[in-house]
Design a protein around this ligand. Structure first.
Ligand code: ADP
Ligand code: MG
Length: 455
């Protein structure tokens, strides 16, 4: 077949199949014999997005033709099919082809509000997490997914990445940050107006219940992806961790109903702490799931440092990654400091001993102020000990005495917030957090002394 014939043929297929943009590109380039990697590179697409869209395309064609279609054999199978049509042996794709692709073709870009979503053009790793999320959302049709992890670990970045990779699954996408703690009524009003295209008369919905019902109705009528970022902002800190702040209990109702009621949409929540009431609704076969994020791998973390101008062969790079337990934010901030203060010399930076500074300090301050007394004590004990501690050792140290259950609960919370990691029966805080605590203890002692001397 000549190139011209090839183009004529692919165009004929485009018309028959009504493919969307990415499907057309994959079809055309695969016809030319290009690999997924080449397609991703040539068209500046994410490789995961290309392979996913590709496998969906072959699956769709397999269903239509009733024969297994793959990237390797699609040309052969389709040409055979086309010649059968010419010979009058079969009609072209009796089944409707528009239905499964309609979201993508109908709505591309029309019903999307990405709000404060961050740019993820540079993104590394998280392959396993993306696979799980996509399976939960696309295959298992989960209604509520919670992304958990400490500040800076990459929850927001992962949510954006995932959403961009599966956007064609959805008719509408809405991204909302809860950072400034909007009231549930104002949040719902905005979302309802957006999803209904301004048609829903929100003024008539007086109560939170009515608004939630109206939203669920919309989530039932179209497949929407709703992302609520920074949900810790509407949760209490301290003893009542995971409980909603006063006047924010409406969010609890919203999440419970999104989880429990039948609809075809998905809500992704990112938070440092898990809101109460969700654990009981979660399960491998249930439509509510949560994903706890830990740090990036050594290799992935190194590519972040590399992007910030440090080379992976540099002395001390591995140690730097370990120091920050693969926390991308901490790595990015430290890399910037290493460049500007230490002339790009990682070892010099590590030698100065203090690995907590600037923004990370603020980041950890925020985390720490949210802890209850027991949790703080546990953190102090763990930080004061260079070795990992067992539960019994910890309990001995804490005063006033606490029960096993209280201690386990505290440890559970600290693990959830990624402040403490568990290695079998031992507990350890992240290195960066240990450093932070050591510093704050010094600071507190210093402040106390000042208070005594200068009342
Ligand atoms: N997998 C990743 N690859 C590259 N950069 C990342 C990755 N994950 C996070 N980052 C970057 O690290 C920083 C912190 O990530 P973010 O998603 O804001 O964390 P969180 O939402 O958990 O507080 C951001 O600048 C983000 O772009
Ligand atoms: Mg975030």
């Amino acid at each position: 077949m000549t190139i011209d014939q090839g183009i004529e043929t692919t165009e004929w297929y485009f018309k028959q199949l009504r493919l969307n943009k990415i499907q057309k590109i994959i079809f055309q380039e695969s016809w030319k014999g290009d690999s997924y990697i080449e397609i991703a590179n040539n068209f500046s697409y994410d490789i995961g997005y290309v392979t996913d869209s590709g496998s969906k395309l072959w699956q769709l064609l397999s269903e239509l033709i009733g024969e297994k279609v793959t990237k390797k054999n699609f040309q052969l199978v389709l040409e055979q099919y086309r010649s059968n049509i010419h010979d009058g042996k079969t009609e072209f794709f009796q089944k409707s082809v528009t239905e499964p692709i309609s979201y993508a073709t109908l709505n591309a870009g029309e019903c999307q509000d990405w709000g404060e979503a961050i740019d993820v053009s540079f993104f590394c790793g998280r392959t396993a997490e993306l696979v799980s999320l996509k399976q939960w959302i696309v295959d298992d049709r989960c209604r509520l997914i919670v992304l958990l992890g400490m500040g800076g670990i990459g929850k927001t970045a992962l949510a954006v990445k995932c959403a961009t990779q599966i956007q064609e699954e959805f008719e509408c996408i809405v991204w909302k940050s809860l950072r400034n703690s909007p009231s549930v009524l104002s949040l719902l009003t905005e979302i309802i107006l957006f999803l209904s295209g301004g048609l829903q008369e929100v003024e008539t919905l007086e109560t939170v219940e009515q608004q939630i019902s109206s939203l669920i109705e919309l989530l039932r009528s179209k497949r929407c992806l709703l992302i609520l970022d920074n949900a810790e902002s509407i949760l209490q800190s301290g003893q009542q961790s995971g409980h909603y702040r006063d006047d924010y209990e409406g969010y609890g109702q919203l999440l419970r109903r999104v989880a429990d009621e039948r609809h075809q949409s998905c809500v992704i929540l990112t938070s440092r702490e898990k809101p109460v009431g969700l654990t009981a609704r979660e399960g491998k076969t249930l439509p509510v799931r949560s994903l706890q994020l830990s740090g990036l791998s050594q290799l992935e973390a190194k590519s972040i440092l590399q992007a910030k101008g440090l080379t992976s062969e540099q002395l001390g790079i591995d140690q730097l990654v370990q120091c920050y337990a693969g926390n991308p934010l901490a790595l990015k901030i430290s890399a910037t400091t290493i460049q500007s203060v230490y002339d790009g010399n990682v070892s010099k930076f590590l030698q100065q001993g203090t690995i907590v500074f600037g923004d990370i300090w603020d980041l950890l301050d925020q985390q720490f102020n949210r802890l209850s007394d027991i949790e703080k004590q546990v953190m102090y004990r763990l930080a004061a000990n260079r070795n990992c501690l067992t539960l019994q050792e910890l309990q001995k140290d804490i005063s006033p005495k606490v029960s096993n259950r209280e201690l386990l609960e505290a440890l559970e919370f600290l693990q959830q917030r990624s402040l403490v990691e568990r290695q079998q029966t031992l507990f350890i805080p992240h290195p960066v957090i240990r450093e932070y605590i050591a510093e704050t203890l010094i600071l507190n002692a210093y402040l106390l002394e000042k208070e005594i001397h200068e009342p």
